[in-house]
Design a binder for this molecule. Structure first.
Ligand code: PLP
Length: 465
């Protein structure tokens, strides 16, 4: 038995840190920094709060990693997970076996999803949902005899996951370091819809959208026409790429280009689904588009269990499922439709419905946006942006020119370190702090976040003097 028990006070924090440093390789580990500093052990979570191994308490405004939608440590969730693990901890999902939570959850998701997205493939998280979409897209196009439809188009600064295909579809330059290889012959990146940074001087939002749509059409031409283009991937609001809310009409017009060219539109809702924008899925309800595929994860279980889901349309299903084709969809994971993860998702959705958390996001979200905007009076805050429970603060060295601080200054990290000291967790991404709090957040908590972040930014300004 491990000598580490977080429920018992008195465990040796330093020993945990040393074991972690010696053996636990972290995602996005910055080796030189980690070697010296290691990682902070988090030992308990309750609602929106996390507690470190020294007993310090923080309001986690990041919601874990955009995933803690209903709050941490709910007994009801733990009981549902335990009951399912006791009843049936695992059953193979392959070919001709199923389990009750997986079947129930697939039907539930189909009932919540837009229009004809009635088919669900379960994965282990968001990256594997994107990877599954990638494979299904080519499978579908080949089934239709469209063997040349191979090219995938996405956007610079998008984030779609970390498997070989999903990371190649993603377009964050920092995630494509030269030490890694990527698929580059069939995956292409368009400009991203960041009006604040990328629009030419004096350009209106609608003119900016015109240029982005034109770029998409030009790219299709450059690739030899629509017969060679299989799919377009886009997050409704770019998350890790800096919470980029595209100008009005952008998503609809990109979607229209896809429809006009027989290109599949994949909406990556790994962050935006399950309430973050006040809807089960944001594509249709917030942005008025019905994609061919939606990838989801995170808020699906609120992080209580690892689970992702790819939802896709009847139209795609009819091609895959054509009678007498003799086809097999040779793709899947040992843990696809895992009964315990699916039971967690069902309970998570039940809690969101019962507590009307989507309504709370619709009510508190605009207040959060409005209050956070007040930080724009600070001399290093260039822009506060985002929507409802998905927001971001961008720091600049010069508000007029929008010049950024040198990367080595790590401005986002400096602010988030100061916020940590004040009991608030925000996520630093170079010159940004992003936030995606639990959907239970109330207006008092908004006031705490805004006041604390103001204090952290002011402390950072003082350090820079
Ligand atoms: N897609 C988007 C939009 C994401 O934000 C993420 C993760 O942050 C992923 C995909 C990958 O999900 P996961 O980390 O569960 O594999």
């Amino acid at each position: 038995m491990s000598d580490f028990d977080p429920t018992q006070p008195g465990y040796d924090t330093q020993a945990i840190i040393e074991k972690d440093k010696a053996h636990h390789v972290h995602p996005w580990q910055v080796f030189d920094v980690f070697r010296d500093e290691g990682a902070l052990p988090i030992v308990k979570g309750e609602g929106s709060y996390i507690f470190d191994s020294e007993g310090r308490k923080y309001f986690d405004a990041v919601g874990g990693l955009w995933c803690n939608n209903i709050g941490l440590g709910r007994k009801e969730m733990a009981e549902a997970i335990a009951a399912q693990a006791y009843q049936l901890s695992y059953a193979s999902p392959f070919v001709d076996l199923t389990n009750i939570p997986a079947a129930e959850l697939a039907a539930k998701l189909a009932s919540l999803a837009p229009a004809t997205l009635n088919h669900v493939f379960f994965t282990c998280g968001g990256s594997t949902a994107v990877d599954t979409a990638f494979r299904m897209i080519h499978y579908y196009q080949n089934c239709r005899g469209k063997h040349a439809k191979k090219h995938i188009i996405s956007r610079i600064n998008s984030y779609h996951g970390t498997t070989y295909a999903s990371m190649s579809i993603g377009g964050k330059p920092g995630d494509h370091p030269p030490e890694f290889d990527f698929i580059s012959d069939t995956i292409h990146h368009l400009s991203y819809p960041n009006y604040y940074r990328c629009a030419a001087e004096g350009m209106s939002e609608s003119e900016f959208v015109d240029t982005l749509v034109q770029e998409f059409e030009d790219k299709i031409e450059e690739l030899g026409g629509a017969d060679n283009v299989a799919a377009f991937f886009a997050e409704p609001i770019m998350g890790a790429g800096g919470v980029i809310v595209a100008p009005e009409g952008y998503l609809k017009r990109m979607h229209a280009v896809c429809k006009a060219n027989d290109i599949l539109y994949v909406s990556d809702e790994v962050v935006t689904a399950f309430g973050r924008l006040g809807h089960w899925f944001a594509s249709e309800d917030e942005f008025g588009i019905v994609p061919d595929m939606i990838t989801s994860a995170k808020g699906l279980t609120s992080g209580y269990q690892p689970l992702g889901a790819l939802l896709f349309s009847d139209e795609i299903w009819d091609v895959l499922n054509a009678e007498n084709s003799g086809r097999c969809f040779a793709h899947g994971f040992t843990y696809s439709g895992h009964p315990v993860a699916c039971a967690a998702a069902l309970k998570n959705i039940e809690i969101m419905e019962r507590e009307q958390l989507l309504e709370n996001v619709k009510e508190v979200g605009p207040y959060f946006e409005q209050q956070l905007k007040t930080l724009e009076d600070l001399p290093i805050v260039g822009q506060v942006r985002g929507r409802k429970f998905m927001v971001c603060v961008e720091y600049v060295a010069d508000k007029k020119t929008k010049a950024l601080f040198p990367e080595e200054l790590d401005i986002g990290k400096r602010v988030s370190n100061n916020a940590d000291e004040l009991g608030l967790i925000t996520r630093a991404i170079v010159h940004l702090n992003v936030m995606s709090p639990p959907l239970t957040m109330n207006k008092d908590e908004v006031d705490f976040i805004v006041a604390t972040l103001r204090q952290a930014i002011e402390a950072t300004i003082a350090e820079l003097r």
